[in-house]
Design a binder for this molecule. Structure first.
Ligand code: CMC
Length: 428
């Protein structure tokens, strides 16, 4: 196949390089387009724009494939754990035993947060949304570790910051929950693995008494792995673009948390449960809500359905649906909301509106039901997503910095007023 595509514009023909990725994906390199032709490309919402070359995550939305560093998500979710997957995403390869031990120890050693952070938390109203607190406190870590502001730090210093960020975000996330409950903050227990420690900080009142349930630890590891990266999504792109100005990693990740919060992105998991609860309270009439979702005059959308990239199925949703059944069974929970979710899914998958638009359940459709089953309150769901996505954001930030990407700065097509003269207020 030709390694160039031709563009005819005016009376000239321009050759644009065609690049081929490692999975034979093809991209038109338009980086010199404006210099050569005066044209820019217009692609609102970046629906068809590759913003970078990346070796972290591969998605084939048409066939429902998701791989981290080449490894299928199904294998990682089944056999790995969140710490190992975090290492894989950030450093590019599966760790050896000693590498994983060093990585895990370095994170475990850093789980304590500065005591003054408690003062921030105390200052918030108790009904604050935990995502707002998480993003503010993660951003403020840069003030506690000012050395992170130096964009020219040595790689080992960057590593320390990365480990610190992973460690402290879990503590901060658990403490935002404690804050909302009005409970005392639970200090990290460094004898525990990452997930058990997080659960202990969430639910433990006294370290000695609280025992984590292996079913819950396993389910949470799976959920965090499934959320760990998703290539150039809204929040990862935000992290990369903020980081491209050489802003510190805490601020870049905090901006990713902000992007994730929106209901069209990570905030959807909270919206899904609220929607299912609404349908339940309304007598479980799923048909009515399918009709509402299809009605162009109604703002209602079926939350947890549809995806920018997946047009066949979301492989994460498949894994989560099975995990959901298994967790509820193992914990002996019957959740009516799960029945409604299944009925809604069945109805939507057989409806021409959803079939034609290739709308399938996404990762958020069933995750909330598991979170709920393991005791995590609804307004913490998006925080859980953030915790899972953290290694992905870090990997994206690191890749962007190590490849020396230029500052992200899109262009625009100006459609405002042409030049006009200022008129003083008295004459308007
Ligand atoms: N319910 C009803 N109709 C929908 C839905 C939905 N959930 N999603 C898309 N559509 C329709 C939309 O109205 C449009 O119809 P038409 O062609 O007649 O105008 C068509 O499908 C294409 O939708 P779009 O909004 O142009 O697609 P997009 O790629 O810009 O948006 C999306 C993708 C995920 C934002 C969207 O599907 C959505 O809002 N879903 C609900 C929110 C949600 O579950 N988000 C979580 C995404 S997965 C987690 C993550 O990675 O963030």
């Amino acid at each position: 196949m030709s390694q160039f595509a031709e563009l005819k514009y005016g009376d000239k023909i321009y050759q644009l390089p065609v690049l081929v990725g490692s999975e034979n994906e093809v991209a038109l390199d338009i980086s010199k387009l404006r210099d050569d032709t005066g044209l820019i490309t217009l692609d609102i919402g970046y629906k068809n724009t590759g913003a970078t070359k990346s070796a972290i995550t591969f998605i084939d939305g048409e066939t429902g494939i998701l791989r981290y560093r080449g490894y299928p998500i199904e294998q990682l979710a089944e056999h790995s754990n969140f710490m190992e997957v975090s290492y894989l995403l950030i450093y590019g390869e599966l760790p050896t035993e000693s590498q994983l031990e060093a990585f895990t120890n370095s994170i475990t050693r850093r789980t304590l947060v500065h005591e003054n952070i408690k003062k921030f938390l105390d200052a918030y109203p108790s009904d604050v949304h935990p995502m707002g607190v998480l993003l503010a406190v993660v951003s403020s870590l840069s003030s506690f570790y000012p050395n992170s502001l130096n964009p020219n730090r040595k790689p080992e210093e960057v590593d320390r910051t990365i480990h610190r960020l992973i460690a402290k975000t879990a503590t901060i996330a658990a403490w935002t929950y404690k804050k909302s409950m009005g409970h005392p903050y639970m200090y990290p227990n460094n004898k525990l693995d990452y997930v058990s420690n997080f659960l202990n900080m969430m639910f433990g009142m006294r370290t000695e008494d609280y025992q984590t349930d292996p079913v819950v630890v396993d389910a949470l590891n799976k959920l965090l792995i499934l959320h760990a990266d998703h290539e150039q999504n809204c929040s990862a792109s935000t992290v990369r673009i903020v980081g491209s100005s050489k802003a510190n990693i805490y601020s870049a990740v905090a901006s990713g948390i902000a992007a994730l919060w929106g209901p069209l992105h990570g905030g959807a998991n909270q919206e899904v449960i609220e929607m299912l609860e609404l349908i339940k309270a309304d007598g479980g009439n799923t048909k009515k809500y399918i009709e509402k979702a299809k009605d162009k005059n109604d703002n209602f959308r079926l939350m947890g359905f549809g995806h920018r990239v997946y047009k066949n199925f979301d492989p994460r949703a498949k894994i989560i649906k099975t995990a959901c059944d298994s967790v509820l069974n193992k914990l002996g929970i019957h959740d009516e909301v799960l029945d409604i979710a299944k009925e809604l899914e069945e109805a939507a998958l057989n409806d021409p509106y959803f079939i034609e638009r290739k709308l399938y359940p996404n990762v958020d459709f069933y995750s909330g039901i598991i979170y709920r089953a393991i005791g995590i309150p609804t307004n913490m769901f998006t925080v859980m997503f953030a915790l899972g996505r953290l290694p992905g954001w870090i990997a994206q930030w690191k890749e962007m910095r190590e490849s020396n990407e230029p500052i992200g700065r899109p262009r625009q097509l100006y459609v405002g007023e042409p030049l006009r003269d200022y008129v003083s207020i008295a004459k308007r």
